[in-house]
Write a protein that binds this ligand. Sequence first.
Ligand code: ADP
Length: 351
Amino acid sequence: MAFTNPATLQFQQVSYGYGPEEWAVDDINLVVKPGELVVLVGPSGCGKSTLLKLVAGLIYPTRGTLLLDDMNVARKPPEQRQVGWVPQSYALFDHLTVAENIAFGLRMQGQPRQQRQRRTEHLLDLCQIQALARRSVHDLSGGQRQRVAIARALAVQPRVLLLDEPLAALDPQLRVSLRSSLVSLLREAGVTTLFVTHDQTEALAIADRIAVLRAGRVEQYGNPETLWDRPVNEFVARFLSRAEIVEAHYVGGNQVEIVPGLIAPIAPQHLNAHRNAHTVTLALRPTDLQVDSTGVMLVVLASEYTGSSYLVYGQLPNGPRLSFMSSAPVQPGETVPVQVRPEAKVAIISA
Ligand code: ADP
């Protein structure tokens, strides 16, 4: 039995304003292919939840077309869309068991008991929560609650599944370990998914494609590798990879110079497009730089422990800020020699 019935989801010139003054989302054009996992990412207030509400049918676009396959659902009520929604809080029915939560939508649809049971069994299986079937959802862990919420949303064979920060309620360690099993589950279910997060690391880790949003508009839409290697503007580069934006000029071959002694190799895909430009704008990511005794001296402004190494915020004397990764702890005010990694493929920003 198919778990889902995945649709193509298309936003065509979709805008929505809560009031007459401002668009919360503005001229959105996105195509999500059947079974694709698309992550909407961007800072708070950029319009992520508004896009989910538009797909769920909780609000209707002020302008534009919203297609599920070839049907415009822009003005259809939620119950005519077959869209599954997993809210941030999971919103489980606390007085029901796990199995009853999952079967709830099927009961509402009036499905016969046997069919309901079969489908619920399949979903318990898919989400690997068979052992919890008869437990009250009351005393489940965060990760278990998340699985029940997803199983419940998948029960009615949604054509699109909407996940609103599904990992936000979990503690940070659990979040990382649960996200890969969540992605495996979504892949197995084969459902078209819109997944909202404000966490760029999460977006890069799980997405088939990422839409980076800012102030209600899509800044860039593409697969994680493309967004990482070829960010279209400063915002995408800073947001996705914590890049610092610096000016540089060509010194021949595939190399540019940021300041005397700090040379960066350029990603091959950028060379032809920019070979004739005298100066270029670079997105230098912390992982592009390393501590190297032959490098230029940076003054340390601050540093953060990231688990395996330190993310260090530094500044060239009288020059731009640059961040780098260090395996050893460093103190603010210290100077550290830094060089661009020879194997780095630094990105050029065109806009
Ligand atoms: P995100 O989910 O990315 O944090 P939202 O979609 O919630 O962003 O918000 C997009 C914009 O719409 C913001 O400027 C926000 O203030 C505004 N907004 C969201 N919900 C409402 C509402 N119910 N009434 C008025 N404005 C709202």
